[in-house]
Design a protein around this ligand. Structure first.
Ligand SMILES: *Cc1c(COP(=O)(O)O)cnc(C)c1O
Length: 481
């Protein structure tokens, strides 16, 4: 038996290469990353997909290792070429992601050291780090000491956790679901509806509240809807506001909704996945100054702090409301009971073993300091305002003046002024032209049957030159109309 063990050991030790081999592969990896970053200014933001099944077959999981050079060539061709490049400054679609380099180094250290960032007892350092980051965000939002939260994989998971916590705090039971009412607008992110379904609340009554001309929740209509529901013996439960909608960047009236939520004792959730970190700027601070009145808040570091994907955050005003839903007790974890007053992510989130997300956030914050993050966010707000001004000069129609860094616009050719379908078709075709060109990537949305082009300026690499390039492309394809 020991002979067999030794034989296996010999092979299994291949998982721990020697220093020379390690530095060789590390060198190639860094080379690959460096050339990616060096070329990003010239590379397209978008390329149509052309998959090659043959190459993917050659890189199945099989018994023997591949040549590193072949692996990197494969990645270059099959990973980097097709689709969207969210790390590009030319990415102005959806909500752009980030990818600041120091976050990658934080991830690298997190992976190599593989600390167990979910139970305080196992890694006091990792859990403290995440809890301090959450505290920093709670302070930013104006939450008091009893608040808490956790670093999630993204906004969808954080919104889901918030809705589960609300469900339990409100004691919504199978008997009361069908009489319980949740209020939001059509501009709420689709992950809210998904979260209601996942959390067993699919038969809850969804009251879609009308919006004003700036696509913000009409709070008068909210009040009326609640009164109407009370009159019918229903149970108003939860109101969900957006602090920066994905479609138009609109911030719902945070304070007015808080007044109503307090009056009718509703759980007040603010989805600030996109807009939350604008609180680092004067504009965002002004718009979100009342956000502390919410019971729960979501914000995504992989949006407003330019981290790579996989970084969201849930903040909750009363930490008991997370513990109630997510605490656990397992016999095999009996050594892991929290000895100090430091809450473990495993006690307040759906996950147990999880990525040590704190380091990818903490490391860049230490190395860059906050100043360039603030500057970048302020720059994005101004770039959007600049685009708003300039695109109007090119005779584009626009949606509301942007509050943050998302806005909608469209071109109505003379011949389509009385023909909504022709106007939609023109903008659909303009979108395709821009995407085929690929230097700048923008996306679109349809609001009340109107097809809009849309930019979201949130890549840390997006600067004036990209906005000028987009304006130039738009001018080129509309000038003759
Ligand atoms: C992006 C976004 C989400 C979803 O977050 P993910 O991180 O993509 O899961 C939810 N709400 C809003 C307002 C968003 O912008």
């Amino acid at each position: 038996m020991t002979e067999k063990i030794r034989l296996l050991e010999k092979v299994s030790r291949q998982l721990e290469e020697d220093t020379k081999e390690r530095s060789e592969i590390t060198g190639l990896t860094i080379q690959f990353a460096e050339s990616f970053i060096k070329d990003i200014g010239q590379e397209k933001a978008f390329r149509h997909n052309q998959p090659s099944n043959r190459d993917w077959l050659a890189f199945r999981a099989d018994e023997n290792p591949k040549d590193p050079k072949d692996i990197f060539n494969f990645l270059e061709k099959e990973l980097l070429k097709p689709g969207l490049n969210p790390a590009s400054g030319g990415h102005l679609g959806y909500i752009p992601g980030g990818g600041v380099y120091m976050a990658a180094l934080g991830d690298y250290l997190a992976a190599v050291t593989n600390r167990y960032a979910t139970v305080y007892y196992a890694s006091p350092g990792a859990v403290r780090m995440e809890n301090r980051l959450i505290r920093w965000m709670c302070d930013m939002a104006g939450y008091a000491q009893n608040s808490s939260g956790y670093l999630s994989s993204g906004g969808s998971m954080a919104n889901l956790s918030a809705i589960v916590a609300a469900r339990d705090a409100l004691k919504i039971t199978p008997e009361t679901i069908a009489k319980s009412v949740v209020y939001y607008t059509l501009q709420a992110h689709h992950c809210i509806d998904k979260a209601l379904r996942i959390s067993g609340l699919s038969t809850v009554i969804r009251r879609i509240i009308p919006m004003n001309e700036k696509f913000q929740m009409n709070t008068e209509a909210l009040g009326k809807a609640i009164e109407g529901d009370l009159g019918e013996g229903l149970l108003p439960r939860m109101v969900i506001a957006s602090a920066g909608t994905t479609d138009t960047g609109a911030v719902d009236p945070i304070a007015d909704i808080a007044d109503i939520a307090e009056k009718y004792k509703l759980w007040y959730h603010v989805d600030a996945a996109y807009g939350g970190f604008f609180m680092l700027t004067a504009t965002g601070k002004r718009l979100l100054k009342d956000i502390h009145r919410a019971d729960s808040i979501v914000m995504d570091p992989h949006k407003g702090l330019f981290l790579p994907y996989g970084s969201g955050a849930l903040l909750i005003k009363n930490r008991e409301n997370l513990l109630r839903s997510f605490h656990y007790y397992a016999n095999y974890m009996q050594d892991a009971i929290d000895p100090e007053d430091e809450v473990s992510p495993a006690e307040i989130s759906p996950e147990l073993s999880r990525h040590f997300r704190g380091l990818r956030l903490w490391f860049p914050l230490q190395l860059y300091g906050l100043k360039p993050f603030r500057a970048a966010l302020e720059e994005k707000v101004l770039l959007t305002q600049y685009f708003y001004q300039e695109v109007r000069k090119l005779h584009f129609e626009t949606g509301p003046e942007p509050e943050l860094s998302v806005m909608i616009f469209r071109y109505v050719p003379k011949e389509a002024i009385h023909n909504p379908e022709a106007a939609n078709a023109f903008n659909q075709s303009l979108l395709k032209t821009i995407q085929d060109d690929g230097r700048i990537f923008i996306s679109s949305t349809t609001i009340l049957d109107v097809f809009w082009l849309r930019i979201a300026v949130l890549s840390f690499r997006t600067h004036l030159e990209h906005i000028e390039l987009l304006l130039k492309i738009l001018k080129q394809h509309t000038a003759h109309n």
